[in-house]
Design a protein around this ligand. Structure first.
Ligand code: DC
Length: 239
């Protein structure tokens, strides 16, 4: 790692639609730089999981789900080679990755009170610096002053293929067409909702990942961060 990356203790915001590869990339970059990795989507999934356990419905019980999001404590911990999310001390990493929780997390994440609580928790996590946070609204809402803001994209077909492969590896058998339909449905909901819709920050740098390996994407982001820290943050880049 170069000296300025270590010294700069930079803050990186990575946003993009489901399946664009941002989790893998953010995790690898964090490991390479010795930064903390925050998967904000996991936190929305944890709230959705808790809500479903409590028999709550995103539309009918928005207020209760908002309260639940405020009471839940979040902690990311390293477990072997992976980072797991603990909600109220319970390792929820596996249960929050199911297709059902994924689908449920979309309407749950559209509840304004849920977002308020989670955004506050995310800002606290980023405060010490040396953080890579990924999600949908990190550059626009959570960390608008991040040193580097990145918007990663990939075509819908490519994203669905990646997701389908990932599910297969986890032993979850889903029809590809169904994965694509779910993906398009979630994209639509995430980018058309009233609160914190998915969109690039004005000063975000965009990267389409279809033709790139994970390694190549990580290399690009590392050099962008190096640039940003050398110039004193995203605003100073004039991008
Ligand atoms: O990235 P993911 O699929 O694990 O995210 C789960 C859900 O949470 C998804 O519907 C988008 C939503 N989300 C959000 O609204 N804001 C974020 N910062 C991260 C995720």
């Amino acid at each position: 790692m170069t000296e300025s990356l270590a010294k700069g203790k930079g803050v990186v915001a990575i946003d993009g639609p489901a399946g664009c590869g941002k989790s893998t990339v953010a995790q690898m970059l964090a490991r390479r730089l010795g930064y903390i990795y925050v998967d904000s989507g996991a936190m929305y999934r944890a709230v959705a999981y808790r809500a479903s356990q409590a028999g709550l419905d995103a539309e009918r019980d928005a207020q209760e789900i908002g309260n639940l999001a405020g009471e839940l404590t979040f902690e990311f911990q390293q477990v072997g080679d992976e980072q797991h999310l603990f909600g109220d001390g319970e390792d929820v990493e596996e249960v929050i990755r199911s297709v059902e929780v994924g689908n449920l997390s979309s309407p749950v994440s559209a509840i304004p009170a849920v977002r308020e609580h989670l955004v506050a928790a995310q800002r606290q996590m980023a405060a010490p610096g040396g953080v890579i946070m990924e999600g949908r609204d990190i550059g626009t809402v959570v960390l608008p002053d991040a040193d580097l803001k990145v918007f990663l994209t990939a075509t819908a077909g490519e994203r669905a293929r990646r997701r389908w492969r990932q599910l297969q590896e986890q032993g979850i058998i889903e029809d590809y067409e169904q994965v694509l339909r779910d993906q398009l449905e979630r994209d639509k909901r995430d980018s058309s909702r009233a609160v914190a819709p998915l969109r690039p920050a004005e000063d975000a740098r965009e990267l389409v990942t279809d033709e790139l390996t994970v390694q190549q994407v990580v290399d690009v982001l590392e050099s962008w961060l190096q640039d940003a820290l050398a110039r004193g943050g995203t605003d100073a880049q004039g991008t």
